[in-house]
Write a protein that binds this ligand. Structure first.
Ligand SMILES: O=c1ccn([C@@H]2O[C@H](COP(=O)(O)O)[C@@H](O)[C@H]2O)c(=O)[nH]1
Length: 275
């Protein structure tokens, strides 16, 4: 099964557009786990178990593991996801981008070491920095397009005078990903829920690509406007929420609270879907 097929399958089975982000910060872990990086896996495993039937995808952000020397726990976590939620794809949020020979190693890291189904990439270094990931059959790659942070404007909203039609940089990325860069249908785009107008524009330029949309929950993005702007029957949207779910409670009930928040967010997203 390809990444896109996995995504479509999880979307159907779990009736979901919600991606549960796994960004474990030791100082925010609940109760006795607080401040203990050796308990990252245990915390994330409980979140995965509580949301396995609600998610279209899980998105571990590698920095939260690597910063605490918890890479082995990330490997164990993906193995755990395979056991308790075998139908839910894993998107490794690594935002890699480097020359081809180094990109080959990063691709092995993402798809073999961590067994991810897809990875996030910066397109800034061009197609030869993306291509090594596309040589892994069935795997997916989401290119940063219009990110959720205000500073994304600094580059992504600049006009490219030398490209036909003088598009904004993020528009150019969307066109490349929908067209010439998408050799085997493996690409998707990252667009922030904090910018629904840009989601709409990206959707117009890339009608069938999966969109990974972070920014609802802790960043205050508008979930309803996001779905209205991005949803298409043939282009899945993967709306990520991390902190709002992970830290819905700091008590012993954290997994139940995470499930309740995931249920609530999934319902808001479903209700916003155009008929
Ligand atoms: O444009 C982007 C790209 C990636 N992210 C990542 O998504 C999550 C968001 O976490 P929240 O707690 O739901 O705000 C995090 O891992 C970011 O690194 C993003 O926010 N924006």
């Amino acid at each position: 099964m390809t990444f896109l097929e996995m995504l479509q399958d999880a979307q159907q089975r779990n009736a979901s557009m919600l991606c549960v982000g796994l960004d474990p910060e030791p100082k925010r872990l609940p109760g006795a786990m607080q401040g203990d990086p050796s308990r990252i896996h245990e915390f994330c495993a409980r979140i995965v178990e509580a949301t396995a039937d609600l998610a279209i995808a899980f998105k571990p952000q590698i920095a939260y593991f690597a910063a605490h020397r918890a890479e082995a726990q990330l490997e164990q976590l993906v193995a755990h996801i395979r056991r308790v939620a075998p139908h839910v794809p894993v998107i490794l949020d690594a935002k890699r981008g480097d020359i081809g020979s180094t990109a080959e190693q990063y691709a092995i890291e993402a798809f073999e070491r961590y067994d991810a189904d897809a990875v996030t990439l910066s397109p800034f270094m061009g197609f030869d920095s993306v291509q090594p990931y596309l040589r892994h059959p069935g795997k997916g790659a989401f290119l940063l397009c219009r990110t959720s942070n205000p500073g994304g404007d600094d580059l992504q909203n600049q006009r490219l005078g030398s490209v036909d039609g003088n598009p904004l940089l993020y528009e150019h990325v969307a066109r490349l990903a929908q067209g010439p860069w998408n050799l085997n249908g493996q690409l998707g785009l990252v667009v922030g829920a904090t910018y629904p107008n840009e989601i709409e524009r990206v959707r117009a330029l890339a009608p069938t690509l999966p969109l990974l949309i972070p920014g609802v929950g802790a960043q205050g993005g508008d979930a309803v406007a996001t779905v209205r702007a991005g949803w298409r029957p043939d282009g899945p949207i993967v709306v990520n929420s991390s902190r709002a779910i992970l830290y819905a409670s700091s008590g012993a009930d954290f997994a139940d609270a995470a499930r309740a928040e995931a249920l609530r967010t999934r319902a808001v997203l479903a209700a916003a879907r155009p008929a």
